[in-house]
Design a protein around this ligand. Structure first.
Ligand code: MF3
Ligand code: CO
Length: 258
């Protein structure tokens, strides 16, 4: 069942996703060699609560933290830990969710820790560009497959592996609504996109094989070949005029300049 949102509901979703963007910026300011992912999680939880929201991930199907922090070969759903110390050259996907005013925010960004290898920098840039290419298809009258195919074609043109086991999703009063939004597929296929649909588009792109392994902790997903992966996520409202992106990466990227 796909719920179409009113303009008022979309503004509440925007408020949540702006708070997520600000939280990701705050976390990004603290990303440096020596910091633990547990410390980053604490910073995010305090920031979210100080802004009148609740961390949407905490307690979700038993998830134990406010952020998912996935380092290098971890693709998504890495659990913050006091034992996980970031080091120069790492890349970290930080995925954040909020709940406020009856709606959910959900967005992610992959950060570099200091200087990263050129091939890893390219993986990050291509994954973010794949997100933008997918997002450009989020227009009423298109289909979910138009988004999926745009993400897949761009990522695969660099020889990267597109993860199959996880996908984007509808977003609203619940974090995971219909439709599913795969990062691979065929143009012109899948559910029709309509004015007022809100979806999360979240490419998970591997430098090597597309194959992933689900770790024994019940959450962490990593690449089978242990090569790095990148992950970015936008919440997007589908409009007749085109995509209305509810996440604001400029807040994060401005914070990273200073
Ligand atoms: N952005 C992730 C997703 O869309 C967040 C889920 S993590 C969880 O699936 F811990 F909350 F499950
Ligand atoms: Co999501």
């Amino acid at each position: 069942m796909i719920y179409l949102k009113t303009d008022e509901e979309i503004e509440l979703l925007r408020e949540n996703n702006i708070l997520v963007s600000k939280t990701l910026a705050e976390v990004g300011r603290h990303i440096r060699p020596g910091v633990t992912t547990k410390e980053l999680d604490r910073i995010a939880e305090e920031f979210i609560r100080a802004h009148g929201a609740v961390p949407a991930f905490l307690g979700y199907e038993g998830y134990p933290a406010s952020l998912c922090i996935s380092v290098n070969e971890q693709v998504v759903h890495g659990i913050p830990s006091s034992k996980c110390v970031l080091k120069e050259g790492d890349i970290v996907s930080v995925d954040c969710g909020t709940f406020m005013k009856g709606f959910v925010g959900d967005s992610a960004y992959t950060f570099a820790v200091g200087e990263v290898a050129e091939e890893v920098r390219q993986l990050m840039e291509v994954t973010k560009e794949a997100l933008y290419k997918g997002t450009a298809q989020a227009k009423a009258g298109n289909r979910v497959g138009d988004i999926s195919a745009a993400v897949q074609a761009y990522a695969e043109s660099f020889g990267y592996g597109v993860v199959r086991e996880l996908e984007g999703h509808g977003l609203g009063r619940k974090m995971h609504e219909d439709p599913g939004v795969p990062n691979y597929g065929a143009r012109g296929r899948g559910p029709l996109l309509k004015e007022g649909m809100v979806i999360c588009i979240e490419p998970m792109i591997n430098m090597g094989t597309k194959a992933v392994v689900f770790e024994q902790d019940g959450w962490t997903v990593r690449t089978r070949d242990r090569k790095p992966a990148a992950h970015y996520e936008f919440a997007v409202a589908v409009r007749k005029s085109g995509p209305d992106v509810l996440t604001d990466y400029s807040i994060i990227e401005e914070a990273l300049k200073n």
